[in-house]
Design a protein around this ligand. Structure first.
Ligand code: MLC
Ligand code: AMP
Length: 505
């Protein structure tokens, strides 16, 4: 029976002295050395007497050790729950409690704040820092570099990723081994990854894109990656000549284009540039091709489904579209109200079904039932259409969501916070175009009668509670919010009014 995810992503590299991680300091970790490290972490985890299926909540910086911890969770059958490094302690408390994690791994700097939260639910707390040090590593270093993976089936859960909802409460998307494996292996074929590939990896590894797409594809193909702690323009320009491929959010592409040193020459030897997590403007597409001769390959996915569609590797990569449904992924466009299938070409709700689709939200059967149909179709919340050639276009969102630099922000969460502030009667949070982040967060407030809210104090309060990327970049006070006859706030009107706020010179 074995452990399919471990066997097919990691185990296949046993004993191979082939490169896996090229680190910014010039060192390279081979597949064999990485597997040894992962086995040491697995032995360390086993010492904590956790049962397979229990959750490990992990908020750590990107490092080879962080990746080894992911591999260790796979081989011990523990559910890996990575968390954005930007989350505040208040945000983390929810994830730890909701998931019932029995082990929390964080940076030394966060340990004091998280200790009482972990203790309250009898979870163990270990640390792992950006430089790879920490209590967990110390323990792992004393362990044998060999581990017999715990038996698992493809239907067993491998990871939880939290995704916010329109009500402001995050939901834990439960991903099985099969969800991750099917996508990784499918994408290797679709995008022609081989052991000769060197992926320039500057994405965070706490989200689908950086972990389950970029990392898993490299693992499944036997290639290697230049493993950067974060996107840094200088590093990208310096290291691109050593890479064959890159995956990024649109901000990566606009930032590269904004620098004159990013030339045709620098990108000449590259095999493929892939973009996703947020819409790539057709204009960025065209500018990129003019500058480099490369056509970016845009694909579409989400936390609950991994990747759903992709532009073709061979064939026309059509700007403004996300390409075709991946093999084994069924995609249909339905009436958002009734769920009825719409005629080809019409705009409606995108629904997807396939081995990539998650198995539900952790302990939220009602939310699961509302979004995941009994026949297996997942209601994505994205509005789109399929053109006459079969290309999928995403034309909008049925869900109230802002995507800033590839990070999702659910306005409701920020509005709940703003509504609670002194002097604030109500608020509306919208996304407006931003030259760097694609969209950014704008908070619109209505004051309580006779009051003048202190905007600076409000922003300070928000800072303590929410991750930086969710903070409104500006607060505006209005007499009242525009509403339709039903009393619903007209966010479209607000978006229209403020659409040039950050893009005007
Ligand atoms: C950082 N900041 C952001 C931000 N990232 N603010 C808004 N949106 C973001 N995405 C904050 C920083 O904390 C900083 O705060 C300030 O904004 C400017 O920082 P920066 O130095 O310009 O940001 P940087 O660290 O360079 O990060 C920008 C980024 C990064 C785009 C490189 O956000 C990133 O790597 N994004 C990728 C996200 C991702 O992987 N998404 C995939 C989700 S999976 P201050 O205090 O200094 O002002 C998914 C499914 C799918 O969606 O289909 O893939
Ligand atoms: P997340 O919940 O972080 O997984 O974000 C998923 C959402 O990102 C999707 O539902 C889409 O709205 C959006 N998204 C991902 N890829 C693309 C893309 N290529 N174009 C437009 N939107 C995208």
């Amino acid at each position: 029976m074995g452990n399919p995810l471990y066997d097919r992503l990691f185990g296949i590299h046993a004993g191979k002295d082939t490169p896996f991680l090229h680190l910014p300091d010039g060192q390279t970790l081979t597949h064999a050395a990485f597997l040894d490290l992962a086995a040491q972490f697995a032995n360390a985890l086993t010492g904590f007497e956790l049962e397979p299926g229990e959750r490990v909540a992990v908020q750590v910086e990107k490092s080879p050790e962080a990746l080894a911890l992911y591999a260790a969770c796979v081989q011990t059958g523990l559910i890996f729950l990575p968390l954005n490094t930007g989350y505040t302690t208040a945000e983390l408390q929810y994830f730890i409690e909701n998931s019932g994690a029995k082990l929390v791994v964080c940076d030394d700097a966060k340990a004091e704040g998280l200790a009482p939260i972990a203790a309250a639910q009898s979870a163990r707390l270990e640390t792992l820092n950006a430089d790879g040090s920490g209590s967990l590593t110390r323990r792992a270093m004393g362990m044998l570099p060999a581990f017999e993976p715990v038996k698992r089936t493809e239907d067993d859960l491998a990871a939880f990723l939290y995704t916010s909802g329109t009500t402001g409460r995050s939901k834990g998307a439960m991903l099985t081994q099969a969800n991750l494996l099917s996508n990784a292996e499918m994408l290797v074929k679709e995008w022609r990854f081989t052991r000769d590939d060197v992926l320039l990896h500057a994405l965070p590894i706490f989200h689908t894109h950086g972990l389950f797409v970029a990392t898993n594809v490299v693992l499944a193909s036997g290639g290697s990656m230049i493993f950067l702690p974060k996107f840094d323009l200088e590093d990208m320009l310096r290291l691109m000549p050593q890479a064959t491929s890159m995956m990024g959010v649109p901000t990566f592409y606009t930032r590269l284009l904004s620098d004159g040193r990013f030339t045709n020459d620098l990108a000449r030897h590259m095999r493929v540039f892939i973009s996703g997590s947020a819409p790539l403007l057709a204009e960025t597409h065209e500018r990129f091709q003019e500058r480099t001769g490369h056509r970016i390959l845009e694909r579409y996915g989400m936390t609950e489904t991994n990747m759903n569609t992709s532009n073709p590797y061979d064939g026309e990569r059509r700007a403004g579209t996300v390409g075709f449904p991946l093999p084994e992924v069924e995609l249909k466009v339905t009436d958002p109200e009734t769920g009825a299938l719409l005629p080809q070409g019409e705009i409606g709700m995108i629904e997807v079904r396939g081995p990539n689709v998650f198995s539900g939200y952790w302990q939220m059967p009602e939310k699961t039932a509302a979004e995941l149909r009994e026949d297996g179709f997942f209601i994505t919340g994205d509005l789109g259409r399929v053109d006459e050639d079969g290309y999928v276009h995403i034309v909008g969102r049925g869900k109230d969501l802002i995507i800033s630099g590839g990070y999702n922000i659910y306005p409701k969460e920020v509005e709940l916070m703003l509504d609670d502030q002194p002097g604030v009667l109500e608020s509306a949070v919208i996304g407006v175009p931003h030259p760097d982040f694609g969209e950014t967060v704008l908070g619109i407030l209505v004051a309580e009668p006779g009051q003048t809210p202190n905007l600076e104090a409000i922003l300070t309060n928000v800072q303590g509670a929410l991750a930086r990327f969710k903070h409104p970049r500006k607060l505006i006070v209005l007499e009242e919010l525009p509403r339709n006859t039903m009393g619903k706030v007209q966010k479209n009107a607000l978006r229209e009014t403020y659409r040039d706020l950050f893009t005007e010179d």
